[in-house]
Design a protein. Structure first.
Length: 242
């Protein structure tokens, strides 16, 4: 081969376009699936760790605890203070059978007598005699005689004689004299209160009248405008003052 032919061949090989290298095929679908599997396995491991180590099991609650919690929850929703119910005499516990209810909106002109439990949500214009538990959520214009009494959002215009325990909520008003064995008052009383044993005036209570009891407890905030007599013997040792 002559020299110029050799140079021509080398020139042709040098200027020949390079053959492009085909790109490698990547299995993107399989890679995505593998990444998703790894992420799911990581999240599942974290989920199992969180639920097996960090989370405490919920305590079991029996029916009695559940019912008591419901009672307490209802008490709070009605707007009463916690100490009102913990110190409550729990005077009224109505049975499902022997009770009479006077519904809201009912007006009775005359006296009402009941041998069993009596619940009054209406308006009574007359005297009320109940030989058991009395609960009043309405208005009574007349005297009341009962065993145990509970007044909630009630207006009483007349004297009350209660041989047992009496409980008055903060939304109730009594315009008359009161006689009871024990008295827990959170409302307003315009009249004298004569209590055989203990009387407790809550912070929301007020009385314009005299108090006569064997023992008395007055919370800060209660208003008492009248004389207070505690029936306890008091002895003075005069020999120490010489």
């Amino acid at each position: 081969m002559k020299w110029y032919e050799r140079q021509k061949q080398l020139y042709a090989q040098k200027n020949q376009p390079e053959t492009p290298i085909p790109p490698q095929e990547t299995n993107t679908v399989e890679d995505d699936m593998e990444a998703a599997y790894r992420e799911d396995a990581y999240m599942q491991e974290a989920y199992n760790s969180m639920h097996t180590e960090d989370v405490m099991p919920e305590p079991e609650i029996n029916d009695s605890q559940y019912n008591q919690q419901n009672i307490n929850s209802q008490d709070y929703q009605q707007g009463y203070q916690n100490d009102y119910y913990t110190d409550s005499f729990q005077t009224v516990n109505h049975s499902e059978t022997d009770k009479t209810t006077i519904s809201k909106g009912t007006v009775i002109n005359g006296n009402v007598e009941a041998d069993g439990d009596l619940i009054i949500r209406g308006h009574i214009k007359g005297d009320v005699l109940c030989n058991a538990n009395l609960s009043v959520y309405g208005v009574i214009e007349g005297t009341i005689s009962c065993t145990n009494a509970f007044f909630d959002n009630a207006l009483i215009m007349g004297d009350i004689g209660c041989s047992g325990n009496m409980e008055i909520s903060e939304t109730s008003t009594i315009d008359g004299n009161i006689e009871a064995y024990n008295l827990l008052n959170g409302g307003r009383i315009k009249g004298n209160a004569t209590v055989t044993e203990a009387v407790h005036f809550l912070a929301t209570s007020a009385i314009v009248g005299d108090i006569n009891a064997n023992a008395i407890q007055i919370d800060r905030g209660a208003v008492i405008q009248g004389n207070v007599t505690i029936r306890q013997d008091v002895y003075f040792n005069e020999h120490n003052h010489h």
